[in-house]
Structure formats: C-alpha cells, structure tokens
Design a protein around this ligand. Structure first.
Ligand code: CP
Ligand code: NVA
Length: 308
C-alpha cells in the first residue's frame, strides 16, 4: 500500500512503472466502449472515496470512470457537505473513512490537509490537487508527451505564466524524469525555490527567463495554465492579468519554439487570456489527449497504490 502525494515523493522507478502501466492499460481498451469495464478488474470489491473541496470536471470524472472501468465503486464527497468542513479534524475523518473505503483521493486547499489525511488514513491517499501541487496532472502530461514524441528525458519544456501548483509538479517531474524546464513569467509569480531546487539537485537544468520569446527558443513542449487559480483571491485578478499578459501563449510565441513543439494546458483554459484559441485548436496542441490521459494515468496510479 502506497500513497501518491507528490511526484518528488515517489521514486523514479515507480513513476516509470506507472507511466508504462498507464500506456498498457490504455492500449488494452482500444475499441472498447467507454462504459465497458476492463478485461482485468483489479478494483473489484473496492470502494474509493473522491473528496472535493474545490470544483473539478476532469479529476472528478476521470477518477470516477477509472475506478468503474477497473471494477470498483466510488463515492464522490464534497468537502462542504462533510463534517470535515464543520470542525471534525482531518485525522478523525481519515480514521473513519479508512473503516469504509479502500482508497481516498482528495482535492483540497492547504497541503497540510492532504498530509494529515495521509498520516492518519490506513488506506492509500492520492493528491487530486492542492494549492501547491497537482501530481496526477503532470503524470498525464508526461504520458501524453511520450505518446507523441517519445522519451521526455533530455527535452526542453517551457512553462509560460504563473509559477503555480501545476508548474510545481512539472518541476518535480523534471527532476524525476530527467528533463529541463525554462520558466518564463513575472518575478512576483516565480515558482517556489523548493521546487526549482529539487529539480536542480536531481541534475535538471532549470532556467528563469523573463523574456518569453527567448524562453521558448528551442522548446520541445510549451505549457501554460490559468492566470488565476482556484485558491487565488479574485481581488488579485486584474493585477495578475496585467502582469501575465506578456506571457500569453499565442501563435507568434509558438513560432519561436521547435517546429514540432507540443502545446499543453491542464484545462480549464481561459481562451484568449493565457492561450489563444488558435494555439489551443492548432497543430501543436495535444490538450484533448492530455485530458484523456488523466483517466489512464490515474488508473495506473490507483493500481500502484493498491499494488494490484
Ligand atoms: N486539470 C484539472 O485538474 O481539471 P479539473 O479542475 O476540471 O479537475
Ligand atoms: N492552477 C489551477 C489548476 C486547475 C486544474 C488551479 O489550481 O486552479
């Protein structure tokens, strides 16, 4: 039994196993109706709790469908409807849920909630996004890159915009999978030193380049995300937009990347803000494969957590 809390906390061999297993499980479902179960049902007889303290379309749907494809059942719990949101401690909630379910996925605000849940649960806990990281997303992104272009090791990935939770997990992945990252964005929104430091200490080249055109030069992959995350105060929206506008991913910017560069966005996207529709719907974009691969990557993560 293992938790999947963050990419830097999972060893590289396990991460590689998860990606390979996700690819194999995806291949095994080719030509199968979406509602059909898999041939193998490793989650048969298993109940999975999916807890959301923030909104979600992809995480919620892909985990729910993934569990069912593997023969298990889910209960989707909203943080506000649980006693969790009304004073019961995270530790007590974790102890109780462990008596009912076999696996917990939680999307929450403060990372400490995830960590406390993991500390006190007797079943595996998966990070479905916190204010600091989004590891399931980046596992799907690695899978997507490799499906299209082969091994990601040694590639140059550019993050343009806010150095947020998704960017943090990308930096963790750079260290674990051996690729390089150039961050381009305003200094106020740089990723935390801890994320940059982890990747550098693992041997990745991590650059901070304020000029987006210079940053994307030679990029194999360009990634961006919303300018205002769910945990950011709406009162910062105008200031963030003003700071981030020069970092919009548009066709002019993509023209400075390698001709075969890919574009990714975890979604939901704000068209014509952090990315133009021309790029989202254009030849570099693999955003729909990226969204689909949440399903396959998370199925592999759940199997690995339960060692099944
Ligand atoms: N990318 C992602 O996690 O999307 P949702 O917020 O819709 O789950
Ligand atoms: N950075 C975004 C990602 C959403 C999937 C947020 O935290 O809101």
């Amino acid at each position: 039994m293992e938790n999947f809390l963050d990419i830097h906390k999972t060893d590289p061999e396990a991460l590689r196993h998860i990606i390979d297993s996700a690819k194999a499980m995806k291949d095994a479902r080719k030509d199968r109706p979406r509602g059909a179960t898999d041939d193998e049902l490793p989650l048969a007889g298993h109940m999975v709790a999916l807890i959301f303290e923030k909104p979600s379309t992809r995480t919620r749907t892909s985990f729910d469908v993934g569990v069912r494809q593997m023969g298990g059942q889910t209960m989707v719990l909203s943080g506000t409807d649980m006693q969790l949101g009304h004073g019961e401690t995270i530790a007590d909630t974790a102890r109780v849920l462990s008596r009912y379910v076999d696996l917990i996925m939680i999307r929450t605000f403060d990372e400490s909630v995830l960590l406390e849940m993991a500390d006190y649960a007797d079943v595996p806990v998966i990070n479905g996004l916190t204010n600091r990281t989004h590891p399931c997303q980046i596992m799907a992104d690695i899978m997507t890159y490799e499906e299209h272009r082969g091994p990601i090791a040694g590639r140059k990935v550019v993050w343009s915009g806010d150095g947020n939770n998704v960017c943090a997990s990308l930096l963790h992945a750079a260290g674990q999978f051996g690729f390089d990252v150039t961050f381009t964005g305003p200094a106020q929104l740089d990723p935390e030193d801890a994320f940059v430091g982890f990747a550098r200490q693992k041997g990745s080249t991590i650059q901070i380049e304020r000029d987006p055109v210079k940053a994307v030069s030679g990029a194999d992959l360009v990634v961006t995300d919303t300018w205002v995350s769910m945990h950011d105060s709406q009162s910062t929206k105008e200031r963030r937009h003003n700071m981030l506008r020069p970092y919009q991913v548009n066709e002019e910017l993509m023209a400075h990347a390698k001709p075969d560069a890919l574009f990714m966005h975890c979604l939901p996207a704000h068209r014509e803000e952090e990315v133009t529709s021309q790029v989202m719907d254009g030849p570099h974009s693999v955003i729909w494969d990226e969204a689909e691969n949440r399903l396959h990557a998370q199925k592999a993560i759940m199997r690995w957590c339960l060692d099944r």
